[in-house]
Unconditional design. Structure first.
Length: 138
């Protein structure tokens, strides 16, 4: 794998390739998603890229009816809320992402502890294109 810096730009480039990457401290083994250039556990700066499996469990979530402008552009409104949550990855780290393929009008049916797997949301094209991290129930 080519050497990429541990920053948002590299992380987003991996997302476009549909790879969920994190950084691992070579000193203590702590994992971080999104990646960090310095370990907050032991302070070491020797990090390496690690690909996550993209599976885990839903730890927390919220359904949002009044979102930022870019979510409104995707069609999310008071009548069509979106869901965001925290996923505890099987490897250990927690990551915040959109939760797709759930009924946001019935949040009582969304269950903390539910098994989730990664889903990549590709929006736009060319230089204006972006890929967002999301998860969906297994």
């Amino acid at each position: 794998m080519e050497k990429k810096p541990f920053n948002d730009i590299s992380y987003e480039a991996f997302l476009r390739e549909e790879k969920l990457m994190g950084s691992k401290c070579r000193s203590c083994g702590e994992l971080f998603v999104p990646p960090r250039p310095i370990c907050v556990k032991c302070g070491a700066s020797e990090m390496e890229w690690v690909e996550m499996k993209g599976v885990g469990k839903l730890s927390a979530f919220t359904c949002i009816a009044v979102g930022p402008p870019f979510m409104k552009q995707e069609g999310y409104t008071r009548d069509h809320p979106y869901c965001t949550g925290v996923i505890q990855l099987d490897e250990g780290p927690r990551v915040t992402a959109r939760i797709e393929d759930v009924d946001t009008k019935k949040p009582e049916e969304i269950k903390v502890g539910a098994a989730m797997k990664v889903k990549y949301l590709h929006r736009g094209e060319g230089d204006r294109g972006a890929t967002f991290l999301a998860f969906k129930p297994v």
